[in-house]
Design a protein around this ligand. Sequence first.
Ligand SMILES: *Cc1c(COP(=O)(O)O)cnc(C)c1O
Length: 449
Amino acid sequence: MRNQDLVDRDLSVLWHPCTQMKDHEWLPLVPIKRGQGVWLEDYEGNRYIDAISSWWVNLFGHANPRINQAVKDQLDTLEHVILAGFSHEPVVELSERLVELTPPGLQRCFYADNGSSAVEVALKMSYHYWRNQGRPAKHKFITLSNSYHGETLGTLGVGDVALYKETYKPLLMEAITVPSPDAWQREAGESWEDCAERAFLAMERALEQHAHEAAAVIVEPLVQCATGMRMYHPIYLKRLRDACDRHGVHLIADEIAVGFGRTGTLFACEQAGITPDFMCLSKGLTGGYLPLAVVMTTEAMYQAFYDDYASLRAFLHSHSYTGNPLACRTALATLDIFKQDNVIARNRRLAEKMAEVAAPLADHPHVGEVRQTGMILAIEMVKDKAARAPFPWQERRGLKVYQHALRNRALLRPLGNVVYFMPPYVITEEEIEHLGRVAAEGIDLAVRD
Ligand SMILES: *Cc1c(COP(=O)(O)O)cnc(C)c1O
């Protein structure tokens, strides 16, 4: 089979995610035959470094032998069973491990089967908690500008990506949106920390004003990935935890993208030394193999729902594939690799290498900034460097980088004007050097008029 054969069949029956399908009249779809480590290979033997971890999910490479073995073993034992009224070993073992690994105080695991659903669970649980406490007026959510929490109606409502949200506005609940501590928006001479402290003042005011009606604040700790890898100083999370406690508002940490080592620690919240009331995990949870998500919460939260059935205080929420055994076994194999290979420590060298290859780009006349948090590195292309003015989105400069990278054995998928690396942790230093070269050439091409 040739690439084109599969592409033709695909385009006659599929409708792809997050895609204007008409683009594929001129932008070739890439059919992948197999994956091995960081490499993806098409039907004609062309190979691509998966620099974006297949949408931020893959941690230890494609077709990882250790994870493959775990899936195979589980497959012959139990592929799936209902989780209401029933239980199984992988889900119990995974929950024990997660309770141990996540910040202290997160002691209960509620499963879902994708990130958006996990966020929905946290939102519903938070509101329901207050309702069970006799405070049904606390039904609003506070969110940050430029935040992203998923694509379902509930999660779009607490997100702030105009491109995804504007069309559906009449269908969405209205959140209270507070300016992001995003360090890209810092003032001249301001440090990341000062920028976060300044942004926090607006959050403090919002909490003062809305605590009586707010159930929770929801944030993506340290990196707002979907809106261009916008990063901020951990002091913001420390201040936020403290303020949420003072005002009696829950804190939801959406670590769906940043969890499992992306920011340099296993969980981003660790860098602020905080425990949120809810932590949402998905994406890397199964090493990028299978859909699974979990909401971690406190014993106090759990107890607020624990009562006689007729009290109607129970959390009656479920998804068909909640806590799927294959997915849980995959997650356990992923956690084993973290431990056996001392991954967090080993990643430091890779993060340094990423910084090293991208550093020269900081001087590029059309690069506004190179920023990094752990294993996420972003390069912001700008039209005017001094004014930090972006290229208009209609020009689709990032797409030119994407196309250049594909011609040069790399999958880079810029977010608007932001080129980024978020690779699987099995990438080598040589492969990072290759990404650095491809990104630099791609940016050179993309910023030309
Ligand atoms: C991807 C993502 C989600 C949504 O997860 P899905 O599995 O795609 O529904 C939510 N929050 C953040 C921060 C994400 O990056």
